[in-house]
Design a protein around this ligand. Structure first.
Ligand code: PHE
Length: 344
């Protein structure tokens, strides 16, 4: 085999070898085998010195061309290998969208939160602000400023958890109203609702809980009257129990309001005819309310000859129980998912 034939042979070998290579690493090895220092071409160079001088340049040129051809093979194979790597990767990372997915249990807002949100929405729509306050209160704000001095018999209506002689767990959210009136530097109009947890020293049973939720409201300005109160509470009744509802006010007593009323809503279950939900009367008591007592306005820095207002308070649990026929208040706090799930 002369050098020309040898050169052809090397090209042929290289083409075959390179075509079989499957990895970049192996490709580099093959490249060294043909083009490296100890590769096939070093042998050719040795043989070149035996050629007649006038043939050497031409042979040199052919050799260089052959090298270039081999480099081209390598480059081509490299492209093929890289494409295969990407294809492999795509294949191994494919997501099968037809496989069944993992099912997530999605929670929901607690029923009491839902009712609270609904009532808040209604009042915010009527221009009220939402105010919150501490659950640990001072006696002065929870009772005294609300026209309930120490030893007042009406304190018995709200059996209290005392923390010390002067601090207690608030028995209603009325102290938030006291705070709002006291904090109002301009002593001008107020329109707020106060949602939150309250505490009473009751023994827990189906209708009593030592902790429950209230939403109270307060409007103070120069003209607000009992008929404004009635219209406002009718809106609450309709929102919570349906458009067809009516309300009636019965005289009552609260130390912080005068006059005071108990508010009944026509029964949503029997439409007022009388059933077991309304105990045959056609009416259900839903909240207490009244015109703010002058003593309260004065105690909170308001001139009662100029300002007047109304206040109301409702129990969120009671509304939820009536609306959904829930017969045990403890269901709200025991977090049985079978109960909570029903109100998604
Ligand atoms: N604060 C009263 C209570 O918790 C509710 C109420 C508020 C009644 C405002 C009348 C006016 O019992």
């Amino acid at each position: 085999m002369n050098v020309y034939e040898k050169l052809e042979q090397i090209k042929k070998d290289a083409k075959e070898h390179i075509g079989l290579v499957k990895s970049i690493h192996a490709l580099n090895e093959v490249k060294a085998k043909f083009l490296g220092k100890k590769g096939s071409f070093s042998e050719i160079m040795m043989l070149m010195k035996d050629l007649p001088n006038d043939e050497k340049p031409k042979f040199g040129q052919i050799t260089n061309e052959a090298k270039q051809i081999i480099l081209d093979y390598i480059e081509e194979q490299k492209t093929i290998i890289e494409a295969a790597i990407v294809a492999d990767m795509l294949k191994s990372e494919t997501i099968d969208v037809t496989l069944p997915g993992k099912k997530f249990e999605i929670g929901s807002l607690h029923l009491l939160t839902q009712i609270q949100n609904e009532i808040e929405d209604l009042f915010v729509g009527m221009g009220y602000e939402i105010m919150e306050g501490p659950e640990i209160e001072i006696d002065e704000y929870n009772f005294e400023k609300l026209n309930l001095p120490k030893d007042h018999p009406a304190r018995d209506m709200q059996d209290t958890f005392y923390i010390s002689e002067d601090t207690l767990l608030r028995t209603h959210t009325s102290p938030v109203q006291v705070r709002t009136m006291l904090n109002n530097e301009h002593k001008n109009a107020i329109k707020i609702i106060c949602p939150g947890k309250v505490y009473r020293r009751d023994a827990d049973d189906a209708t009593h809980s030592h902790q429950f939720m209230q939403i109270e409201g307060l409007v103070v300005d120069e003209t607000t009257s009992l008929s404004d109160l009635k219209g406002t509470l009718l809106a609450v009744a309709k929102k919570m129990f349906g458009e067809g509802r009516e309300i009636r006010l019965r005289p009552s007593y609260f130390p912080f309001t005068e006059p005071s009323v108990e508010v009944d809503v026509s029964c949503h279950n029997c439409n007022g005819k009388g059933c077991n939900v309304c105990k045959g009367t056609g009416w259900i008591e839903i909240l207490g309310a009244g015109m703010v007592n002058n003593n309260v306005l004065e105690a909170c820095g308001y001139d009662s000859t100029k300002y007047q207002g109304f206040a109301f308070g409702m129990g969120v649990e009671r509304i939820a129980m009536l609306k959904y026929g829930i017969n045990d208040i403890r269901l709200f706090y025991t977090n049985d998912v079978r109960f909570n799930k029903q109100f998604k």
